[in-house]
Design a protein around this ligand. Structure first.
Ligand SMILES: [Zn+2]
Length: 125
């Protein structure tokens, strides 16, 4: 066999770090903010997402939100699948992009109905 690109020997596996898994952390924080805004427990949120057709366990919600203590930074927060992210967005009635952006410190991305946040210009709906 020739020393081509197919040689497993030459494959470099990129290492996951806290930096290149930062979206998992951001999504987790946004899930916490929006879950509490709706007054749901982690179990209730998991049930709603499951009802919406995307089976998910309370444990996955938990690990998404707060991560697993004692794990290396890159493994702390559960990296949700694209479909799971879409399910959370559907239940929160927001855009998946809203979940991927660091929440505004002033309104947390969810200003009250009828109000516009002076900081980020988000409008409550
Ligand atoms: Zn804001």
């Amino acid at each position: 066999m020739s020393e081509g690109m197919g040689s497993a020997h030459h494959l470099v596996k990129p290492r996951l770090t806290a930096e290149n898994t930062r979206y998992a952390r951001i999504v987790g924080r946004n899930i916490t903010i929006r879950r509490k805004y709706l007054g749901l427990s982690q179990a209730q949120l998991a049930a709603k997402i499951t009802e919406a057709g995307f089976p998910i366990s309370e444990t996955v919600v938990h690990f998404s939100e707060i991560g697993r203590a004692g794990k290396r930074p890159e493994n702390q927060y559960r990296n949700l699948s694209v479909d799971q992210l879409m399910a959370f967005a559907a239940v929160f009635e927001c855009s998946p992009l809203d979940l991927l952006q660091e929440a505004c410190a002033t309104c947390q991305g969810i200003p009250p109905k009828g109000f516009t946040c002076n900081e980020c210009a988000a409008t409550g709906s």
